[in-house]
Design a protein around this ligand. Structure first.
Ligand SMILES: C[S@@+](CC[C@H](N)C(=O)[O-])C[C@H]1O[C@@H](n2cnc3c(N)ncnc32)[C@H](O)[C@@H]1O
Length: 348
């Protein structure tokens, strides 16, 4: 059985060990699917539990704390929805949650857990904001391979804390629709709830509302009123959201809009997937050299991917012929332990 074993602690610190043994699974890759906001609102359970995720920042702010849905709570939701009577199929969401491996290539790509480099991206993004407050306001943002979506959740938290009517758009993509439903979208609801944008709702239903403090674990009842208040806040703040699942290959034909900020974290571990990822990043970027940020481990042991392989693919003749070649500049680096980098891509 093919197994990566990327071990990740629940607080988001990855231990980064991997090994590959037997042949790859022959699997049809997930097709592109657009997930409307209404569907994601509908899929929310009546209660979500969450815990703080503290992100150290190297800029002037000490750290950022976000509320993140507990993984055990997502598992509980799946069991309550009727998925727990029999041993879960390995390709089901419950199967991913119970799997000894954190990643099953072509089936489940690791999005239920928070990977370390996504926190590095938050650090870098916070630094951009320091140079100009409300940096994200009015921008189109696209997170590729979002998983728990921590960089986008941080951006949305900042947007909900800012002035209304800014006209921002955030698109989140993950391979697995179940990841978007179970974790990414609940995290966005929590980002809104923990911000001043939910103040009116909290005042209207004090008996149902836990403290809007992301540093304290809690449980948030998801009521029709909360859903209505969230949707109204999006409109007031001029924020639109888009969600899509499926492989990068399948998404590229459906991506029409260009983004000002394109981010991706821990998505370059498999060299075979790099051409599709690079082509997607190129297509998503405006021609005015936006922030296209790739956060990654320098090396993914046993899988072959890493920063050098990514740069090689980015600068390759094949990518040049496809009009997708670029140069990667390192804009953030951590050399302790398994090295980590954020690269800013300039298209050539
Ligand atoms: C290791 S997870 C990282 C998740 C998240 N960015 C983080 O850092 O916490 C890799 C992510 O890349 C995405 N991914 C990997 N291969 C993909 C592919 N071929 N097509 C679409 N998405 C893919 C999955 O959605 C998955 O969430």
């Amino acid at each position: 059985m093919f197994k990566f074993d990327f071990g990740i602690e629940d607080d988001g610190v990855e231990l980064a060990q991997s090994e590959s043994s037997s042949p790859k699974l022959e699997i049809q890759s997930e097709p592109f699917t657009d997930l409307p906001l209404s569907q994601l609102l509908e899929s929310l359970p009546p209660l979500i539990s969450y815990s703080p995720l503290s992100i150290p920042l190297s800029s002037s702010r000490k750290n950022a704390t976000l509320a993140r849905r507990d993984l055990f709570d997502a598992r509980f939701q799946l069991i309550s929805d009727g998925g727990g009577d029999e041993p879960p199929a390995p390709t089901s969401a419950l199967g991913f949650l119970d799997a000894p491996s954190d990643l099953i290539p072509g089936v489940y790509e690791g999005g239920l857990k928070t990977w370390e480099c996504s926190l590095d991206l938050v650090d870098y993004l916070a630094g951009l904001e320091d140079s100009r407050s409300s940096y994200f306001s009015g921008k189109r943002i696209f997170e590729v391979g979002c998983g728990t979506g921590i960089p986008s959740v941080y951006i949305l938290h900042r947007l909900f804390c800012g002035d209304p009517n800014a006209g921002s758009h955030v698109h989140l993509q993950d391979y697995n629709a179940s990841v978007l439903e179970l974790i990414t979208f609940p995290n966005i609801i929590l980002a809104w709830y923990m911000s001043p944008a939910s103040a009116e709702y909290r005042a209207s239903a004090p008996e149902e509302c836990p403290p809007a403090d992301p540093s304290v674990p809690g449980e948030l009842p998801i009521t029709p009123d909360l859903k209505g208040a969230f949707t109204a806040s999006l409109a007031t703040h001029g924020i639109s959201l888009a969600f899509s699942s499926g492989s990068w290959d399948s998404l590229i034909n459906h991506l029409d809009a260009k983004s000002d900020i394109v981010v991706t974290s821990e998505t370059i571990y498999r060299t075979e997937a790099l051409p599709a990822l690079i082509a997607l990043l190129r297509k998503a970027c405006t021609d005015t050299q936006p922030h296209c940020l790739v956060a990654a481990k320098v090396l993914y042991f046993g899988v072959g991917g890493g920063v050098s392989e990514f740069v090689r693919a980015l600068e390759s003749k094949t990518m040049l012929e496809k009009g997708c070649a670029g140069k990667a500049e390192s804009v953030w680096e951590r050399k302790v332990g398994v090295g980590r980098k954020i690269m800013r891509i300039e298209w050539v």
